[in-house]
Structures are given as C-alpha cells and as structure tokens.
Write a protein that binds this ligand. Structure first.
Ligand SMILES: NC(=O)c1ccc[n+]([C@@H]2O[C@H](COP(=O)([O-])OP(=O)(O)OC[C@H]3O[C@@H](n4cnc5c(N)ncnc54)[C@H](O)[C@@H]3O)[C@@H](O)[C@H]2O)c1
Length: 324
C-alpha cells in the first residue's frame, strides 16, 4: 500500500482543479481526479506523467467509486461560468447539492478531511463592501443566477449539517474571481472573453457602463491559499469558511483597457446590456485568511495576464509580442 497521502480532487480536469492537482503531486501526494469532463478538459491533465496520478471519468451526482484509503477530498466539481448558469441550470444545481452530498458522505465514510469550493457568488449583489465571511449575502433566489448561487449556498449549509451531525473536518473556501492558464477561451467569464476578443482583433464587449467592479486573483495565489488552508491545524481550521481572492478591485472598463495595454492591441470597447442580477461590486475582505494562514495574493493583475496570455495565443493560434 502507498505511504503517500491520497487526495481525491473532484473537478480535477477543470481550470482550478488541474492546478490543484499539479500542486498536490509536486508535494508528493497520490491524487485521483473525478471529473465528468463537462466543462473540464483532458488536455488540462495531459502534461502529467506521474504514476501517483489517476484521472477517472465520473459524475459526482453519482455515488463515488471505492478508491482505497483517502485522506483529503477536495470538492471542486461544478461548472462556474455564468454562460452555463441557464443552459446547464439543473446540472449545476444538482452537482452542488447531490454532488456535494456524495462528496461529504465519501469524506465521512473514509475519515478524510473535506475541502469544499464555494464562491463569492454566495454574497449575491452585495450590500456590504468588501465582503467578509460573516455577511449573509443578498442572492435573488428566483433569478437566472440562482441555480449556481443558491446551490453553492446549499452546499455550504450541507457542510454545516455534516459538521453538526458527524465528527468530520470540513473546510470551505469562498473563491473570488480567479483567472489563469487553462481557462477555456470560450468559457464566457470576463478575462477569457476580453483576451479572446483582443487576440482575434475583435471589439471588447463590456456589459453595462463597465463601472461594476471585480477583484481578480491569479490561480497560483489561489492554489497556495487552498493548500495552506487544507493543511492548517484542525484546532483553528476545522469547520471554518474562508474568503480567498485578490483585494485589487478594478472596474470592468478599466480591466478592458488593461488587457488592451498588456496585449498592445487596438480593439474598440463596445457596450451591451448588463445581465440580470450582475453584482455591482465584488471585493473580498481577507482579514481571516491573513490571520489564519498569513496568506495574501502576490501576483499583480498585469503579471498574471502576461502568464495567462501564451495559452490563449496557443489555443487561438495567434501570437502577440508583449515584451517590446
Ligand atoms: N474560477 C473562479 O473564478 C471561481 C470562483 C468561485 C468559485 N469557483 C469554484 O471553483 C470550482 C472550479 O471552478 P473552475 O473555475 O475551475 O471551473 P471549471 O469549469 O474549469 O472546472 C469545473 C470542473 O468540474 C467538472 N464538473 C462539473 N460538473 C461535474 C459533475 N457533475 N461531475 C463531475 N465533474 C463535474 C467540470 O468538467 C470541470 O472540469 C467550482 O466549484 C467553482 O464553483 C471558481
């Protein structure tokens, strides 16, 4: 039997999940990815040669397979693009309810620690700014984003239920907008949208007047925070919920200009109607992450965009020299 710690990562073929898999393998874990390849891609894992890694096609809405001894369950499976919130509404709602139920049962039955991926979307269109973990949020439970937002809220409630009823160590990360290589160019989230449009020489589409804000965290910073949280002392971290994200808040119209500057592109910025329930502001209060882990992001937006660009150039088959 292997002496390595074994981590199961649901959503391991996705953007965040595949970076998490890399980080765990680098640190000597045995890792199994469970993914239905709905929004994830086998090519996100194709570079891995390690014998300590296994990728299984599995939908988390179904009970998990027996994978032997398991020490950690990182539950990251869920489509996360607003583009999918309506077209895959039922799938998303069930992935974050039935899927989370399966993940938590599996962690409980294997005496494993569970790390649950929640989201800043649990705060909805927030009246409290920046958002701290004690804020209960302002989600439209009947709106088009509800299948994602509310199922993530339910997922957190289920984690609380498991903690109340069973002896289980569950840690929840509320992830704020994160970007980096391995996002799909057609993913529908704002950075992939702008990068793809700029690289194709198309106009950049800003929804509304572009004064709405977001805070963008580079994926390596996020993964460092997740790993530190997962490894933290149970006396302080078990049962906790933690915001992880960048505090560098930026208006979307400024993001568009920053991307055009980084690419030295001359696309125009055009405006379309703001989607329903689009949050006006978004910035995490990361005081708790700083206190608990000493964590804060280190990669600036410009540096992160530079690191993200090559994959987009590659996939879109265009090239930009950003270093003149
Ligand atoms: N990237 C962000 O900015 C962000 C922000 C907040 C929360 N999150 C959360 O982080 C997690 C990963 O998001 P991401 O950005 O990497 O998205 P992603 O779409 O790239 O990854 C999600 C992965 O989950 C898989 N998946 C979806 N439904 C599944 C199911 N029923 N069974 C098995 N696999 C399934 C997909 O195939 C994909 O590989 C999600 O839980 C998401 O809600 C991400």
């Amino acid at each position: 039997m292997s002496s390595k710690p074994h981590a199961v990562v649901t959503g391991g073929a996705g953007f965040v999940g595949s970076h998490l898999v890399d980080s765990l393998l680098e640190d000597g874990f045995e890792v199994t990815s469970l993914d239905n390849f709905g929004s994830g891609r086998p090519k996100n894992l194709a570079h891995i040669e390690s014998d300590a890694f296994d990728s299984l096609e599995h939908d988390v809405r179904e009970p998990f397979p027996d994978l032997g001894d398991v020490d950690y369950v990182f539950h990251f499976a869920s489509r996360a693009s607003p583009k999918d919130f309506e077209s895959h509404a039922v799938e998303i709602a069930l992935t974050n309810s039935e899927g989370t139920h399966n993940a938590l049962r599996y962690a409980r039955d294997n005496d494993a620690r569970a790390i649950l991926a929640s989201t800043s979307e649990v705060y909805g269109d927030p009246e409290v700014h920046p958002q701290h973990e004690e804020y209960n949020g302002s989600v439209n439970i009947r709106g088009p984003r509800a299948p994602y937002d509310e199922s993530k809220r339910f997922s957190e409630a289920l984690a609380v239920a498991f903690q109340q009823q069973y002896d289980i160590d569950i840690r929840t990360v509320r992830i704020f907008n994160t970007y980096g290589p391995r996002m799909r160019p057609d993913d529908g989230r704002v950075i992939p949208n702008f990068l793809s449009q700029a690289l194709r020489g198309e106009d950049l589409t800003v929804y509304g007047d572009g004064t709405q804000t977001r805070s963008f965290c580079y994926v390596s910073d996020l993964v460092t925070g997740i790993r530190e949280f997962a490894d933290a002392d149970p006396n302080t971290a078990s049962g906790e919920v933690l915001n992880l994200g960048s505090t560098e808040e930026i208006e979307i119209r400024t993001l568009a200009k920053t991307i055009l500057d980084v690419l030295d592109a001359d696309s125009e910025i055009v405006h379309q109607d703001l989607p329903e329930d689009d949050p006006q502001v978004r910035r995490p209060d990361i005081t708790r992450a700083k206190q608990l882990l000493g964590w804060e992001p280190t990669v600036s937006l410009e540096a992160g965009l530079e690191r993200t660009l090559p994959q987009f150039e590659d996939e879109l088959d265009v090239s930009v020299d950003t270093r003149q």
